[in-house]
Write a protein that binds this ligand. Sequence first.
Ligand code: SF4
Length: 478
Amino acid sequence: MTTPNITFYERVEDALQDNQLYAALDLATTRLVTGRHNAFGALPEGDSLRDHARRLRAHTLANLDRYLAQFADSVERLGGHVHWAQTVDEANQYVADLARARGVKHVVKSKSMVSEELEINHVLEAQGVKVMETDLGEYIIQLANEKPSHIIAPVIHKSKEDVAKLFRAKINATDDDLIDVPKMTALARRTLSSDFLQADMGISGVNFAVAETGSICLVTNEGNGRLTTTTPRIHVALMGMERLVPTMEDLGVMLQILGRSATGQKLSVYTNIVTGARRTATNGAATGPEPDGPDEFHVVIIDNGRSKILGSELAEILYCIRCGACLNVCPVYKKIGGHAYGSVYPGPIGSVVTPGLHWIGPWSELPHASTLCGACQEVCPVRIDIPRMLLKLRDESARAGKGPAWLKRGLGLYRFAVLRPGLYRLGGRLSGWATRMLGKNGWVKKLPGPFSGWTDQRDFPVFAKKSFSQRWREERRN
Ligand code: SF4
């Protein structure tokens, strides 16, 4: 994954200046949060289902080697091909070689976060292959030459006016095409339909892979996943190695919580279960190849740092089913959006998974992009303890000597003062006196110098005349 060339704090500063971004995020996250709330509210067994799903994820990851082997055997038994990729480069090389060997000129792709990790589009385009994103949000992102800013709603940061402008500039949309969202969607559908028909290869992600049957499950709301996996002659599924469930019955459990957590739907509109390539039908008198489906089915199972996480204190993050619910409730994400994180995975999940997959070095600010309010853990369908892992990563980052200089100096001064009670008391008295001088009616409207950031967004309370320890001493005397 490429690392951004401006700092996290610079990106946050830019995002905070963008009122349109804030309005778009507020609208979309409020809708998603309400949808999730209503969906679980209407499901009395929601809590026990979440507990069950958590146990399933824990069991699967504790036995991952066994289930991966079972899945690979099942795929190969049906004539599919399995490739194990330790790194992003190995995965890209396999897909690029396959495309070259089969003379692939045109690829259609459905939404896949792991393909964003790989940046596979650039690799294929570099060898002259045309790659088209077919999820509407990803299509818009591709036209805008941007990256997704949300796990399930990649274009959450754009308004319909932004999209209309983009369609006019990039695909010659007319005024009539841009009257409303259904018209714009119809235009995108018309434009993409010829890509589906011309494509030689379809690339998909994998929401879940079923070990016992060798099936992959894809969840979409637009039907593009079905076309991507059935129209071209080659289907390549890119899969993070933790995406497994042991049985079809277990898949049923995960699907019940995924749709509800992600979009507030009981089930996404299209749930596709793909089990191998097209086969020869032998029912009754009619024999011959099935009427649809690819001739070849390849699954690329990608590690890219996951096995390192599995053996660490961050292992629980691999329970994640990529529903995006933690982003929608995070007070930091809702203010800055996904691009400010600079990583493929934004929000609370990204602040753990990105340093976990790679190295804390270039991502040391991400674990600090949280108020530790616990809302992410509260909504997570598999109850991942994200705050605990953020603290663990903050500790790792401090031990690695990372973090901004002002924070290190500030914490050094604080340590110096708290270890000297007299100095600490004097500091308390002076700051109390200063806030009373600056404040009016109990509030300071503008703090000076390095403290001014606090009052940019809100007022600061004037300190009480007596400190807690003074009052404590007086209470004990009486
Ligand atoms: S951490 Fe939990 S809430 Fe966040 S995306 Fe993953 S499963 Fe969803």
